[in-house]
Design a binder for this molecule. Structure first.
Ligand SMILES: [Zn+2]
Length: 108
């Protein structure tokens, strides 16, 4: 992985590709690339502060969080398949939802 600085025209919150933490984009951003030169994503100031020596630990933490998220998503996907197969869904109609929304606004 190689990280290079680049000018940036976007602002707002962003997620660090190395550690997964949110950070504020600035006029210059640090971008990580893999060995093929493909862009991985932006890197936060805390990771730059950690430097090449500290980044592996931050990456391991992010990797663990991603694995946990993937596991939760897999479980949710399995549940969705099961529910879709059962086909026993009770739900209000779109019209009932719209009526309820209109009533909620009228009660304000
Ligand atoms: Zn980071």
């Amino acid at each position: 992985m190689k990280i290079q600085l680049a000018g940036n025209n976007f602002g707002g919150d962003w997620t660090c590709s190395v550690c997964g933490q949110e950070f504020q984009l600035d006029m210059v951003t640090a971008i990580a690339y893999d060995d093929d030169g493909d862009r991985i994503g932006d890197v936060c100031p805390a990771c730059l502060e950690a430097g090449p020596e500290g980044m592996p630990e931050r990456m391991r933490g992010h990797a663990e969080a991603l694995r946990e998220r993937a596991s939760n998503l897999r479980a949710m996907a399995d549940w969705m398949d099961q529910e879709a197969d059962r086909g026993l869904i009770e739900a209000p109609t779109l019209g009932e939802w719209r009526t309820a929304v209109n009533e909620a606004y009228a009660e304000r």
